[in-house]
Design a binder for this molecule. Structure first.
Ligand SMILES: [Fe+2]
Length: 173
């Protein structure tokens, strides 16, 4: 039977309460993949005429996790960032996200960050990936994409760590 948003949310809460965070994130990422593979979920969440932006699909009152639907405009790339003390899981419903994970190579107390790319990969439809607290990543969407993001908390209420123009990005050799 097709895996629904309601089942995903119920499972997410149960997993977060039962498992240490790294295990929980891996299991929720696997379930997000199942949800994204349900065409009925994709059809009821997104439509071709939806403008770029995001909507909150679900907030869990007990554990605080959020499920968000993003319509990502094509031909756009984001800056490296982490979600501070929160985690995030990304998954695509249509088209793809080009991801880069970064590592800071200089001490945190220096004003500007020096970031080195440690991995690059593409998340296509039905593919998901979890990012634990503090993991620095950046996303690019060469084409308009439909993305589901699950976050540990309301990220708008948390300090977010964005890396700006003055920061140095080192390419992996
Ligand atoms: Fe992010």
């Amino acid at each position: 039977m097709a895996y629904t948003l309601a089942q995903f949310c119920t499972d997410g809460r149960a997993i977060l309460k039962a498992e240490p965070l790294p295990n929980a994130l891996a299991r929720i990422a696997e379930r997000l993949g199942r949800l994204l593979s349900n065409p009925a979920f994709v059809a009821e969440t997104f439509s071709d005429d939806m403008p770029p932006g995001r909507r909150v699909l679900y907030r869990d009152a007990e554990t605080g996790f959020h499920v968000l639907a993003h319509v990502q405009e094509g031909n756009k790339a984001g800056k490296p960032h982490s979600h501070g003390s929160s985690w995030a899981i990304y998954g695509n419903a249509r088209e793809y996200t080009d991801m880069v994970e970064w590592r800071r190579t200089n001490p945190d107390n220096e004003e500007h960050a020096v970031l080195q790319a440690v991995s690059r990969y593409r998340l296509g439809p039905g593919e998901t990936k979890a990012y634990g607290p503090g993991v620095i990543h950046s996303t690019a969407h060469p084409k308009k994409a439909w993305v589901i993001r699950v976050t540990g908390t309301d990220l708008d209420a948390l300090p977010r760590y964005r890396f700006g123009k003055e920061d140095r990005l080192l390419e992996k050799t």
